[in-house]
Design a protein around this ligand. Sequence first.
Ligand code: GLC
Length: 428
Amino acid sequence: MQKWFEDAKLGIFIHYGIYAVDGVSESWSFYNGRITHEQYMKQLDGFTASKFDAEKWADLFEKAGAKYAVLTTKHHDGVALWDTEYSDLNVVKKTPAKRDLIKEYADAITKKGIRLGMYYSLIDWSHPDYPSVFESGKVPEDLSKVNKHSSPVDGIQDEEKWQKFLEFNNNQLREILTNYGKVDLLWFDGDWERSAEQWNLPAFKDYLLSFNQDLIINSRLQGHGDYKTPEQGIPITRPEGPWEFCTTINSSWGYQHADDNYKSLNQIIRMFCDCITLGGNMLLDIGPLEDGTVDPRQEAILLGLGDWIRTHEEAVFGTDEGIMTRYYLGGSTISKDKKTLYLFVYDDPKENICLKGLCNKIRKITVLHSGKELTHEIQGGVPWFNIPGTTWIHMTPEDTHEQVTVLKLEFDEELEMYGGSGAVVTHN
Ligand code: GLC
């Protein structure tokens, strides 16, 4: 795993495609029969990208505090945002946009020093060779439930077609990995419709790495990815290893005119804090309009999050996941040298912030956004058995930030938390 990824904390996910024209759900709308494939593809005529300005996007992502971006080069609908040699189903040939949007995106993102990520759907529900086999080659008993976009409805599998499809994916991925400068991250989706063997793993992964040894690949590769990607629900327990939580700002990945179910800025900031305090990244999604502009409500969220991150930068970047919530009922991060603990305060405290099990002597406590120094007292504890008391940090609502407050606790030594169960009782 590349170090940059674990230090990145925030990435921006972009679901941009022809689905923004009518505001239907990306690919799934025809797959689930809400509209026909033909109706869905009519959106090609309305996809103009007329105000698409990749530099503006890059600027916005930078202001949001993001260190990487991941754009849908091709969703399950098979519509490529670049001028692929291997299919005419792309926005350059089939839409009024007539531009290689991936090129403009890659140039702008790289120029800004943001890490370049490409989402690529392994499944392609528009490709004639795709619905040629069943997952793991198992023909289902009830053929009436087979979706014609993903598997052969007559139950007859065609291995040759499937091999041709894999070659097609390989060719498109070669274009993505070689025509746009260095790609830092490949974000696959849709691996679930075929088995690892069918995706030709691990050879497929070796093929991808042959273009760039540093490439990071997300987990949606039937067990062969580099990091976990929980989606839409914040993990309750920390996933093992590196991970990234992807989420929408409202309820949709792509732009949907009717979706007003927005999360508030405070909710987004808290979700971000939940991720970093558990050692993960957040991949926050925007769904631009068909013309390439970003809905002002989504833009405001990105800018608001960026403001908060800038004010609290030292608690965010260059830190690791914090102490367990049994010590402190909130999130926290720790500096790399382990001599600074950052406590995230989500709600207004009545009179104190409570921290249990701290063995270190506190040198100084400051409210990060204001610089105000806070006092504290320690109650209880048995020093001769090294059992720490409870630290009460004096803090009232006037000390809080309007979103999430961060308290900075400095120590002379590396942070040490008490792991015992208070053996003192037996010594009484
Ligand atoms: C799901 C959906 C897809 C979306 C993705 C983002 O896998 O299939 O529409 O792009 O989540 O994580």
